[in-house]
Write a protein that binds this ligand. Sequence first.
Ligand code: NAD
Length: 474
Amino acid sequence: MTETLNTTARRIVNPTSGALVSELPDSDLSEVDEALKRAVAGQRRWAQVPRHERARLMRVYAELVREHQDEIAVLLSTEQGKPVAQSEAELGLHYRLFDGFASRLLVQEERAFFLDNQPVIDRDLQITRHEPLGVIAGIVPFNFPIELYSHKVAPAIAAGNSIIVKPSEETPLATRRLVELVHEAGIPEDVVQIVYGGAEVGRRLVESPLVAAVSFTGSTEVGISVAQNGAKTLKRTLLELGGNDAMIVLDDANLDDVVENAVFGRTWSNGQCCCANKRIVVHESLRDELTARLLDTFATSRMGDPLDPATALGPLINTKAAAKVEEQIKFSVGQGATLAAGGGRDNCFVEPTVLTGVDLSMDIARDMEVFGPVLAMMSFSTTDQAVEMANATKYGLSGSVFTQDMKKAMEVGTRLETGQVVVNGTGLYRSDVMGFGGYKSSGVGREGLAYSIEEFMQLKTLTFAGIMPGVVGA
Ligand code: NAD
């Protein structure tokens, strides 16, 4: 894709080849302010559109994206670097979420309270009504531009809000195409808008008094600043943040399943997943065999062009990110870990890396999130130790445990301080319907088909005083 180039614009570079894909200027702050004003007016009109019509328009849009999915998948892999089958999977999810939130909207329930359960007001009736919040700011990271756009835009507009999306400055192009199709589908332009840029533009949205809620996905560090800046105008901040998740392998685990899941969970999106199994916490009796098998499988994952269907592992998002992972590997070795495989870097490509002998004295075992294809192997002798290791981090996004014993799985699952635990699968697991989100510094709030609409609405209670008949026929 080639465009007229603007010398002051931000360069969108293909991380696989280093070639320029496009240039896109950041939104001027006055443009952001203008978008905010339009979003306020647009939201008022959109909230009047009946739910069945909102749902219909969302489905028209979802179908339109489906017609363009091949083009958009290639665009995403080109700007982001993930294997194209994974971009296609994101578009499948996009369809399901817009269709799913449209359906969810149509069956949204309210409550009625007949107040004869309380003296004095016993002839009153109350009914509840969920109303939209207003203008939502949706701030998205680089690793799942389409998936996370969908988890924000679909419930926000279903609920009658307007939304301004700010994609990552690294990956704005697929999102820009989606927003064009939103408008082509007939959803008003002021209801879904897009602005471009990095921290400055994001901060403008977060600090605006016109924004009712921020739905943010990204690093914990930036998430904290979003919470602080959002608090100045007391807005709702929904935060999906970082992780350093553990995969616990008990002594009766099926190693075939462990290996398959560990490889999948640490190569997906080229190792750049919030809920990847970043640490393998294995019983000492299985340590050597599991390590050998991961060296044979994970460490030999095929690296290459994401548009080649045989590629398992593409580049990281940019050379800075790749250099950071390379540094984190060296740093961990400096702290005493053993480099069993990998460690090398070629521009944006980082070799799949296995670090063994990791223990709780090292940063990688605790709060250092490594956003690349690196497995940190730790071993334990008792289940208590395994749980202690898994929980010894400020993060609490996801986790997993492998065992044949469901009582042990239940014990470990209830003791892990995470928003989700997967038994006999990787913690890199996200169904559409679940409430996805973290404990501790991994976030605030939950995203998913069963939860998000209410997160984007506020509750009003209408009381009808004295409306019920008194005692009749006595
Ligand atoms: P990031 O925090 O650097 O950026 C995320 C978004 O915030 C980008 O759009 C960026 O431009 C914007 N931003 C930066 N500074 C800002 C500010 N001061 N105010 C407002 N917006 C600002 O994250 P990233 O590097 O794009 O993504 C990787 C991180 O995201 C990892 O930590 C990963 O674990 C996390 N993540 C979490 C989830 C989840 O659901 N929990 C999902 C994906 C990624």
